[in-house]
Design a protein around this ligand. Structure first.
Ligand SMILES: [Mg+2]
Length: 115
């Protein structure tokens, strides 16, 4: 899968969500709802990581839906992309800029550490 395929899916999912949920035609409401949804998805990922390592009580492990860890990571990514799209952020550009910034951070750190 490439970046364009993911972005195409995000646009499609955005249209489906707007159609499915009444009241989410309003952009500000979608921004708020997606920010809250992202928190929910991060929580699900955290729970899955705990379960994956058997770091939860047995009662919780027994009730576990056995979701795939990768699917929970994907939920976080998809929800993040939906939020970015609603905020009209050029996520591809932002990611490139951020990766460059991070790479520079390590490059500069490397120089400082040299004798
Ligand atoms: Mg999830």
């Amino acid at each position: 899968m490439d970046f364009k395929e993911l972005q195409k899916f995000i646009k499609l999912e955005d249209r489906r969500i707007k159609r499915y949920f009444n009241g989410l035609e309003d952009k500000d409401k979608r921004i708020l709802a997606r920010t809250v949804k992202l928190s929910e998805e991060v929580g699900e990922l955290a729970a899955e990581v705990l379960a994956h390592h058997n770091w939860q009580r047995q009662e919780k492990l027994d009730r576990r839906a056995n979701e795939d860890l990768g699917h929970e990571v994907a939920d976080v990514i998809i929800t993040t992309f939906l939020l970015a799209d609603t905020l009209e952020i050029d996520i591809e550009k932002s990611l490139r800029e951020k990766m460059k910034k991070i790479n520079l951070r390590y490059r500069d750190k490397g120089k400082k550490n040299k004798p």
